[in-house]
Design a protein around this ligand. Sequence first.
Ligand code: C2O
Ligand code: CU
Length: 481
Amino acid sequence: STATLAACTSSSSGTGGMPSRTFGPPTPVSPSPGQKVLEKTLTARPVSLDLGGRTVATWAYDGALPGPLVRATAGDFLRLTLDNQLPADTTIHWHGIRLPNAADGVPGLTQDPVKTGGKFVYEFTAPDPGTYFFHPHVGVQLDRGLYAPMIIDDPTDPGGYDAEWILVLDDWIDGTGTTPDEVFKKLIADGGPANGGGMGGMGGMDHGSMGGMSMGSGPWGDAGDVTYPLFLINGKPPTDPDVLTAKPGQKVRLRVINAASDTIFTVALGGHRLSITHSDGHAVEPTEVGAFYIGMGERYDAIVTLGDGAFPLVARPFGKTSGGQAMAVVRTGDGATPRADADPGELAGQVLIGSQLRPTEAAKLPGKEPDTTVDLALQGSMKPYQWGMNGAKYGENEPLTVKAGQRLRINATNMTMMTHPLHLHGHTFALPSGLRKDTVLMAPMQSFAIDLDADNAGDWMIHCHNIYHAEAGMMIALEYR
Ligand code: C2O
Ligand code: CU
């Protein structure tokens, strides 16, 4: 039923088919005179975390989940040092940022992997305000908990809100009995959805059919490949939720980041309407919704005017029937703390699909005939577990190419029966509406054209942001020639 991946017969290398170029240490870059400099060291290291009474051994930045917020203003110079204290190679990728290729964090494509005990200095100017995050670009390390939010403030932001909350969503594998790497191996070996074993034991967390959602309902076809026992917001389970406080009537800006590896969520705040203002950092015509979808790697900002009481902010895993849901609590007054299985009515109503948002006039990519058009096919299957692009897995497929200065049109087609979040490094792209994004959900068998200006020379990744699919080979390079 799905397209064949001609070259997908060999078993995975476990490195996403990484090409074997070498790079040497980073070339130091200097800020321009008068440019504000932000310096920070991020230590990737093993840590034991308490997830609401459940202790897990895992990896995280600075031992925290999510890792430390990196925050700067558009135009600032960032000097971010990765200190690798993991028992494995790693890198950091600054997801969504248009930065110089050498700082993009893709081993084998833009840098050598950073060895245990090694350091790497990432230096770049963050040109565009927005909500971003960062994570390794090695294997399925993201799913260990190596992620953190990154906010680039807009110096011209008129504000208009009283507070801001960052909400980082995650799907959590046990971390004691099972690692993401073991789950990945099992997916490849079994050629199908895996539980990874050892992930039970969440008494009372299995809600069966939550809110009437079933596998394959809604627009997205089948759900993810991995069964997670737990879903988190800001590193906290719904049984011990993050509590966000404000006063009734206050306006809050929500910055929602989906850092999960294998889970699309629907997000709602019980009793409230949300006004979506930004998609992947770019301004959209403010759109009132009760709930919205967010794919892996996507970010949405919304403004909400708060009522009086205690409300569940729920991120419900799309199409997954076990593991419950992710939840934070918004408290502005009295009222019982919402239960872990809170079921905001907003989730039963219409749920916004982000690619249908309209860009503001200023955020639109100006329409223009493309200089070059290329095809991009997303292909693969669960059984056998094979994912690739343009006929083969990464490392065996032909890179897409573009010349600097060109407008490139990528005719993307999802030739599978699953939804994939398609992500591009180093650029933003525009959907036919002019809406700019760097990550977009593609429904089964859906096609659309995405346009981009080739204004950032280098070798860049295009891939599915389901980290298991990417690792299995659902990636392709975009090279400037
Ligand atoms: Cu967050 Cu290559 O991606
Ligand atoms: Cu995918």
